[in-house]
Design a protein. Structure first.
Length: 382
């Protein structure tokens, strides 16, 4: 080939390189800060070409930020969280966190497995909540992989040793966050164990689709939950064992309702117990192989919304009742009760003590799996 032909070929190759389309989802790495023991907390950001940007941090494998545009292209961070690692350490609030080894509550922190009784830390009145005093939300997870392309994902891992928080078996847990060009954010949890144990891992993101820095709270959000029944609780938020029909109650979200519509003048004893919603809806009766619709949420102010899909049978819906105006978030605005709502796909609370709810047991050779998918949409604001 002549020199002129080589030059032309090189120029054509360079032009092709420049003109090649960018990855649909970009992945970038940074750090949130350094723990007192010197370990660095990683942060990974997934960004698609439609303006959605999710930042996941190693502390608690948490969704720290999620920027979503509205119908007019105005972007806002729609999840509660902190700007600094110090705030996460000083004011733990489960913001965006991965919670486990057993999410939600275990009555009196006790359960029996294969004839042996175990005691785990009590940290919510007389009960254990979200794995105890140092659950998965208070652990440093390490990044296994972070890759962009047609979709972008980051996988984080925590190895929970045998006896951590009183739970048997060494549990290896992976949390994978995936963002697609179809505006779908998926969180998938997988776990394996070296000995029989109990597992219930979920995500605890607080949502305000108007924006976490907005003065508009989440009580105007329209919520739909396609469930015929829910689990009433005692005053300590432990299910009584009853599966109660939602028909004719303040727990009927089969058609869209504003969250604050029933909370504001609550007379139902269940709403009095929790100062609002903090209950599990029975969307199914067992974990399934495929995902099914768990909930819809729409903010009529911004028009932002999502459908939530999962393979889990239960959905804990919490209306942010205990945000107490003492915590300042990323936008340096105080978070008040009702400023955000939480959806947690999971098996039913206190399942280890309530055989009618099924089983929470994971054995060696088995793989636990919880997949949580948010399918975002935007419509004109009202």
């Amino acid at each position: 080939m002549r020199m002129s032909d080589l030059a032309k070929a090189a120029a054509a190759a360079a032009l092709m390189t420049v003109a090649a389309p960018a990855a649909a989802v970009d992945v970038s790495r940074s750090t949130l800060g350094t723990l007192p023991d010197g370990r660095t907390v990683p942060a990974v950001t997934l960004s698609n070409r439609n303006g959605i940007k999710a930042t996941v941090i190693g502390w608690g494998a948490a969704l720290q930020s999620l920027v979503v545009p509205d119908h007019g292209g105005h972007s806002a961070d729609v999840v509660l969280g902190y700007a600094t690692l110090k705030d996460y350490l000083d004011h733990p609030q489960y913001f965006g966190a991965t919670v486990g080894r057993f999410a939600n509550r275990i009555a009196k922190g006790r359960f029996t497995l294969d004839g042996k009784t175990y005691q785990v830390p009590v940290n919510n009145g007389a009960n254990s909540l979200h794995g105890g005093t140092a659950g998965f939300d208070k652990q440093l997870w390490h990044v296994v992989e972070a890759t962009g392309g047609a979709s972008g994902h980051v996988t984080l891992r925590h190895v929970s040793p045998d006896g951590e928080m009183g739970y048997p078996g060494t549990l290896t847990v992976d949390a994978t966050y995936t963002l697609g060009e179809d505006d779908r954010l998926t969180i998938e949890y997988r776990a394996t164990t070296t000995a029989p144990t109990i597992v219930n891992v979920t995500n605890h993101t607080y949502w305000n689709l108007s924006g976490e820095g907005s003065a508009n709270g989440a009580m105007r959000h329209l919520v739909t939950i396609p469930a015929e029944a829910y689990l009433p609780t005692d005053a300590g938020a432990i299910p009584t064992g009853e599966v109660r029909a939602v028909a004719g109650t303040d727990f009927d979200f089969r058609k869209p309702h504003a969250v604050g519509e029933r909370v504001r003048d609550a007379s139902d004893q269940q709403l009095v117990f929790g100062r609002g919603y903090d209950h599990n809806w029975v969307v199914g009766r067992a974990v399934t192989a495929d995902e099914h619709l768990m909930a819809r949420a729409v903010d009529p102010v911004s028009g932002r919304g999502f459908e939530l899909w999962s393979n889990q049978p239960g959905l804990q819906f919490y209306s942010g009742n205990f945000l107490d105006s003492t915590t300042s978030g990323k936008a340096r605005r105080i978070y008040r009760a009702g400023d955000a709502i939480v959806f947690e796909p999971q098996i039913f609370p206190d399942t280890p003590n309530q055989p009618a709810f099924g089983s929470a047991q994971l054995n060696p050779g088995e793989t636990y799996r919880n997949i949580i998918s948010y399918r975002f949409s935007r419509m004109a604001a009202r």
